[in-house]
Design a protein around this ligand. Structure first.
Ligand code: HEM
Length: 489
């Protein structure tokens, strides 16, 4: 396993510098256009009496959105204290409404017929695949494929289709390879970034359980670059020439790898089986063919599924491992529990995982309001303006001291008491996470194998700051934790 996949030109910093230079060059022109318009607005004027609007910062339309992007959790907690459960801000001329209580997004969905998830999906599809014309694919994924996922990813579906068996088999093989290389290493250790350690092995298990053994596993380095470049790909600068060129090349190689994976089956003209493929992916492919997608469009759709199945699992596993490495007592207790049992349904691990799900971060569900809408939640009215983007940020709930005592502290035992309210990082309503059961099993399986087989040690600074980086929490790109891995003593 490689310890680093980046050259300088592919580094996020390289692109950040390019973005910064471009922004500095165009900024004065943009300001001169926008400022006169802004001055005509009263700073906190709003057409909406129900949802308070955060006043503009020093630089109109920029300051608050930067604050939100930099640390969404801090942002949400600060303004929730000031304004209550929902508030909005103006950014680049459009409204972003932030809802922080569980139930609000589902209520919006029920009470407002025109709440639209497709813009967020189209943005994600474009960012992840580079395929611009993607309405057909996002529609197909959000309707027919979603109906199949609900069944296949249910607890009984997972057992019936052996989803965890193929995940565990490949994860075991991946750790066997690591063990073999550690036993040959001169001092029996290897050093690498924690994000890579987590992502690489989860990638092997997860891809095997979805796509089977013919999946092009060698595309991992491109996945790693793609998944750590999302902030750039979601930004308005993504399509500028010279921005993120090497990251775009990795993204393209991922699509091409998936096209090669599909090629024989796609062109065979009959609906046979790809060796070891999950019934979920097989059925999705049959639908792609029936809907006359091109091979590239089908590969792009698989890339979206691949990312959806892995990104959040890896982020939460990283978060949990990082907390464990900061607390030697917890590490010891988790290991003793793992060694004294055979499966992975262990109470302390379950509780620590729930605490990671509470304190970790996922890209927040995002919707667009297609027409002016008023909804009522717990007897209170909220008005959402046409065109507003609604972001549902669960940190408002997860860090509410009335729900969780001392919410800022990671308490691994918090959920040993099974009556404690469970974290809610799974979204809600129509788009609720179908992979919730599978994700929890995968995190626990990974943690148990690591605890049973390896010793992990932080190299260098022992106390690191764990903070959420960006709206799309980027584990690989923002990782600062270097670890030493050896076989368990
Ligand atoms: C810790 C891991 C995970 C977390 C925190 C998580 C979180 C979420 C969230 C917040 C949503 C709602 C998105 C929205 O409303 O826009 C969602 C939807 C979904 N997730 Fe997960 N997820 C995880 C793992 C998985 C896995 C492993 C799979 C499948 C293998 C999966 C499949 C799905 C599907 C199919 C949807 C529905 C998407 C839609 O309706 O557009 N998730 N997930």
């Amino acid at each position: 396993m490689q310890s680093s996949f980046y050259d300088i030109s592919s580094s996020p910093h390289f692109s950040a510098i390019a973005i910064l230079c471009a922004a500095i060059c165009t900024f004065p022109a943009i300001l001169s256009l926008l400022l006169p318009h802004f001055r005509r607005e009263k700073p906190s004027a709003t057409h909406d009496p129900s949802i308070p609007t955060i006043s503009h910062g020093t630089i109109p339309w920029v300051t608050r959105s930067i604050e939100l992007m930099q640390d969404p959790r801090k942002f949400v907690l600060k303004y929730k204290k000031q304004f209550g459960t929902s508030f909005q801000l103006s950014t680049w001329g459009s409204k972003i409404a932030i809802v922080t209580e569980p139930g609000m997004l589902a209520a919006l969905e029920h009470q407002c017929k025109d709440l639209n998830a497709s813009r967020a999906r189209v943005d994600a599809f474009r960012a992840l695949t580079g395929i611009h014309d993607c309405y057909r694919m996002t529609h197909l994924m959000g309707t027919k494929v979603m109906a199949v996922s609900t069944k296949m990813l249910s607890p009984s579906g997972i057992v019936k289709h052996g989803t965890m068996t193929s995940f565990d088999e490949m994860l075991t093989r991946s750790f066997d390879d690591l063990s073999a290389s550690l036993s040959k290493a001169p001092n029996g250790t290897t050093c690498l970034m924690l994000g890579e350690f987590v992502n690489f092995h989860l990638f092997q298990g997860s891809m095997n359980s979805l796509f089977g053994p013919t999946f092009p596993f060698e595309c991992y380095p491109d996945y790693a670059i793609l998944s750590s470049s999302l902030q750039i790909f979601f930004s308005p600068m993504a399509n500028w020439p010279f921005v993120a060129r090497s990251q775009k090349a990795s993204r393209r190689r991922m699509v091409e790898a998936l096209m090669r994976y599909l090629d024989d089956w796609w062109n065979s003209g009959r609906c046979g089986h790809i060796d070891g493929i999950s019934p979920l992916v097989h059925q999705a492919l049959v639908m792609f063919k029936e809907d006359n997608l091109t091979l590239e469009e089908a590969a792009g759709s698989l890339l979206i599924s691949l990312w959806g199945a892995l990104f959040n699992v890896a982020a939460m596993t990283y978060w949990l491992t990082a907390h464990m490495l900061q607390d030697q007592d917890l590490y010891q207790r988790l290991r003793e529990e793992a060694l004294s049992t055979t499966g992975y349904n262990n109470p302390l691990l379950e509780s620590a995982m729930q605490e990671a799900l509470r304190t970790g971060a996922v890209p927040p569900p995002t919707r667009t309001v297609a027409c002016d809408s008023e909804i009522s939640v717990d007897g209170k009215s909220y008005f959402f303006q046409k065109g507003a983007t609604v972001i549902s940020e669960s940190s408002g709930y997860h860090f509410n001291p009335e729900v969780y005592l001392d919410p800022e502290t990671f308490k691994a035992d918090r959920f040993v008491d099974e009556t404690a309210p469970k974290p809610k990082p799974w979204g809600e309503g129509y788009h609720f996470c179908r992979g919730m059961y599978l994700a929890k099993l995968q995190i626990k399986s990974y943690m148990t194998m690591v605890l049973r087989r390896f010793d992990l040690k932080v190299v260098g600074k022992q106390q690191f700051v764990l903070q959420r980086a960006g709206l799309i929490p980027d584990v690989l790109g923002s990782d600062t934790i270097r670890i030493e891995v050896s076989l368990r003593s």
